[in-house]
Design a protein around this ligand. Structure first.
Ligand code: PLP
Length: 362
């Protein structure tokens, strides 16, 4: 038998979540963010599953866009950070990609590039996150110059990114929104500013376009619960099996560094999954795992290929019992909270050695 660890990817759930994003922002077009190998789910499979409903995709690099083009994806693809080198512009043109421009070296490159047809540009405003983009005054200047360059540039959009649209304290969000809104009014700029948190919780930001990512995969990025009536389905279920069971007396150590000890006679299951697969080594004792559908606490340090779980309350569980690490029945966000991390890192961190198995009823 092969190693039992598998990531089951439910493409119907992906389509469901995309439909949720669309329904939340009915006046916007939603580009599906499938960077970082679709947050670990497989960019080509996810693009193909969404091709019929999503008008465009967004990725982080030319290489990610090339992978999609090579697989036959013809939709527009936005490079969220634009080019990294001037020489990439030729490929951007040849592949028909859309690009963000956030810095003057990119701006100059586009203005000097002898494109056969004008190139679509998504100009980035730094509205207060202070990561990428132009300050408001420079933004207005670059916008006007791009607008005037009809032979070089077409379809100008304003893009910006929120630092804290997920938080219950809305002060920074409101500041960023005021900056964006004043520029939008001055320039009559079409907007593309909403990530998943803003798509879910800030309807005011739903512009001509939005850019949901993590919510498409079924993770809730908000500090709070999802808005009433919104339900996302987990796309990835990471499942494995028990490959050994230890019956131990009380007071016995389990795993590296003996971080955890039995406090009574216990049965400990050994699951084939570890940090060499992307399961977080920081997962604390008590991190939930579903063994035969029942919640059990992780105990002891996570190893590279294995981890240990207390199954003392499940006398039926044995070698071969199923162990779900996250997904259906156990949200990746809850698992992440036990490792002082977020669903994004667990999903994107799933390593290539874990086989992805795709399911779709359609
Ligand atoms: C990753 C990314 C997104 C998607 O963010 P989520 O929080 O996953 O929805 C949107 N915009 C930009 C610029 C990004 O880098």
């Amino acid at each position: 038998m092969a190693r039992p660890l598998i990531a089951d990817i439910d493409l119907d759930a992906l389509r469901h979540n995309y439909a949720v994003a669309r329904a939340l922002a009915p006046q916007s077009r939603s580009m599906a963010v499938i960077k970082a190998n679709a947050y670990g789910h497989g960019a080509v499979a996810c693009a193909k599953a969404l091709e019929a409903v999503a008008p465009a995709f967004a990725v982080a690099s030319l290489e990610e866009a090339e992978t999609l083009r090579e697989a036959g994806i013809r939709h527009p693809i936005l490079l969220l950070e634009g080019i990294f080198e001037v020489k990439e512009l030729a490929r951007v043109e040849a592949l028909g990609l859309w690009q963000v421009v956030h810095s003057d070296w990119q701006f100059d490159a586009v203005m000097n590039y002898p494109a056969a047809q004008p190139l679509p540009v998504w100009l980035k405003l730094d509205s207060g996150m202070h990561r990428l983009g132009y300050d408001p005054e420079s933004f207005v200047d670059r916008w006007s110059r791009l607008k005037a360059a009809h032979r070089r540039v077409r379809d100008l959009h304003l893009v910006s990114h929120f630092a804290s649209a997920d938080q219950s304290d809305t002060a920074q969000f409101e500041h960023q929104w005021r900056v964006i809104e004043s520029i939008r009014q001055r320039l009559e700029a079409p907007l593309c500013i909403a990530n998943s948190p803003a798509t879910l919780a800030k309807p005011v930001t739903h512009g001509q376009w939005n850019r949901p990512g993590i919510m498409l995969y079924g993770s809730n990025p908000l500090e709070s619960e999802l808005p009433a009536g919104v339900s996302l389905k987990p796309v990835m279920t990471l499942r494995s099996r028990l490959i050994a069971v230890q019956s131990l007396q009380g007071g016995e150590p389990v795993g590296y560094g003996s971080r955890w000890h039995t406090s009574r006679p216990s049965r400990i299951g050994v699951v084939a999954a570890g940090y060499g697969d992307g399961y977080d080594r920081h997962a604390a004792d008590g991190t939930p795992i579903l063994v035969d559908g029942q919640r059990c606490p992780l105990v002891g340090r996570v190893s590279m290929d294995m981890l240990t779980v207390d199954i003392s309350h499940l006398p039926e569980a044995d070698i071969g019992s199923e162990a779900v690490l996250w997904g259906r029945g156990l949200s990746v966000d809850e698992v992440a909270s036990h490792g002082d991390t977020i669903g994004y890192t667990l999903l994107t961190g799933l390593l290539p050695r874990v086989p992805r198995r795709y399911h779709s009823g359609a």
